[in-house]
Write a protein that binds this ligand. Sequence first.
Ligand code: 0WD
Length: 275
Amino acid sequence: MILQGKKGLIVGIANNRSIAYGIAKACKEQGAQLAFTFLNEALEKRVRPIAQEFGSSDFVYELDVSKPEHFSSLFQSLQTDFGNLDFVVHSVAFAPKDALTGDFVQTSKEAFNTAMEISVYSLIELSRCVLPLLNKGASILTLTYLGSMKYVTNYNVMGVAKAALESSVRYLAYDLGRAGIRVNAISAGPIKTLAASGISDFNLMLKWNEANAPLRENVSIDQVGSAAMYLVSDLSSGVTGEVHYVDSGYNIMGMCAMEDVDGKPTPRWEILTKH
Ligand code: 0WD
């Protein structure tokens, strides 16, 4: 098993539809021992049974990334109960719902700062917090989205936050590379999760991606999970600072996908939405 004897921390499970759940499952299947965090009491009820399912009932900790004291208690608890880490998964993002619709130019300073704090600074603070616990060759992984590189309707301030997150991955990769630690991101295609439900017209995004991706389907949390498993394992020991797309190839498209209908090139989107 690829992760036999490896220990990892999973941050950002809200429920069993979360991308972080798919990652935890793939890592567990390859023999990893896992620790989990939950955001608040409401989510603790969902995360504890998941930790139990993965044989990690004793390694469940509170972490609201907006609270510095949670980072220090997480560090203490990990050091005492769990020991050193071989990988960390950061799967956290948040922006106020009203910033994820309408015109980007209307983004408030408050929404901007919240999105940056929860979705970007948290990766830097988490990396610094666990640094003394990371084994040589350890891997840190975060989750991003194409809205960082291209305009995506309604993604707005989260697109700007993801651009900063991807840049942070590169700066962290350089710093931590000195200690043999790697930092990468997976840019996942749209997946229906709790966080995704905060984005207006998310179903439209799902349909558009399915219609236009080379593989003609949306990705699952299992597909993101297995790519993540590779990136946190020694199989990717030469890879750092990368943004790896797991999106059925959607990001390569320079024009909408076409198909032949009665000898006439027709956008796949039109075909799918008509029938
Ligand atoms: O289409 C998608 N779902 C995509 C998601 C496509 C590409 C990337 N992503 C990214 C997201 O932006 C995020 O970074 O993947 C990551 C995980 O998102 P998810 O799996 O789609 O969403 P979800 O299952 O909701 O998990 C995100 C969790 C939160 O859930 P809620 O829905 O309660 O916000 O991030 C956690 C929380 O568990 N989270 C926090 N954790 C600690 N402190 C905080 C916080 N302050 N805020 C949110």
